[in-house]
Each structure stands twice: as structure tokens, then as C-alpha cells.
Design a protein around this ligand. Sequence first.
Ligand code: IMP
Ligand code: MG
Length: 179
Amino acid sequence: MSYPPYVIDQMISAKSIAARIETLAREIHDHFEDTDKLVVVGLLRGSFVFIADLVRELDLPVEVDFLEASSYGDGMESSREVRILKDLRGEIGGRDVLVVEDIVDTGFTLSHVVRLLESRSPKKMATIALLDKPSRREVDIKATWTGFEIPDEFVVGYGIDYAQRNRNLPFIGKVRFTS
Ligand code: IMP
Ligand code: MG
């Protein structure tokens, strides 16, 4: 498949992301202060950079697990149908859980994942999304913590892709088509 040419305009710098993560990590620490061990669940693949930076700022005993849900395919539109492609390795019943998502867009993915994980009866569960596009919401859900609210733009970088590209950019940029 070929994609039209585009450029990437920086929207959020690596420095701003790092500063925001420090603040978020302190809030998460206060929320889960008494935990014996927090299970940090990254939603693959978009959250892999965010979760790596977040857990290193988190002064709590943590375990890391991953879950892969699909809704986008390689396009720019949500399919609204969420499938679990890879489930957690560990049990979360009776445990403290933090779900880490890259972007909340229509809200289908996060709400589906939250419902699935709630059904396993965690002790305390919270969610964090690096980015939120509130104007795109179709399902009434908001992450416990949000890094940045952004307008309705398609973004890449810092783990987030367009058709599997640009995940390795250290900043968040918006895609602008040039033709
Ligand atoms: P939702 O189910 O519509 O909320 O979609 C959430 C998922 O769509 C995110 O986890 C991302 O993987 C993907 N997504 C949403 N917006 C963007 C974007 O601007 N760039 C890349 N992926 C996106
Ligand atoms: Mg995703």
C-alpha cells in the first residue's frame, strides 16, 4: 500500500513531554501510595515509549504487562470494533492496576479494555492517556490522568504511528499532507 506524501509539524516537544510525565508520576504515586505492587498495563503498540518513560519516573514497586487491542488497522479512522490481539500474561484479580494508553480518540478502545479488565476484579484500577482528543469522543470515557489535550489532528511520534511509521520520533508531531 502506498501513502500520500506528508510532513510532520512538531506539536509537543520531547522536553514538554518529560516535564508532564514528572508531574503525572507524582500524582500516580500519591494515588497508589499504599500499593504492595502496581501492575502497569501498556496498550500495544502506541504506549511503549510512554510506559518506558513513565515507569522510570514512578517511585513505586511496579510490574509491567502488555495488552494489545486493535481498532485502527493501518488507516486514520477507528473501526469502532475492538479486538483483543494479545492478552495480559499475568492475573490482575485483587491487584492495583494502571492502564497506560497513547491516545483516547473515539474512546472505544479504552472503554472496551477497562470493561474487560474490570471484569477480572482488580483491587483498584486507574487509567492514564498521554493524549486526549475530546472533540472526537463517541463513547463517554475519560482517563483518570491525561498528559495533553489536543485538537482533532492526526499525530505521530513518541511511540505513535501512521501506518507503522514515525514511532521513533522523540516528540509528538502532526501529520500534514503535502499533495
Ligand atoms: P479510539 O478507540 O478511537 O479511542 O482509538 C484509540 C487508538 O487509536 C489509540 O490507541 C491509537 O492507537 C489510535 N489513534 C487515535 N488517534 C491517533 C492519531 O492521531 N495517530 C495515531 N494513532 C491514533
Ligand atoms: Mg493504540
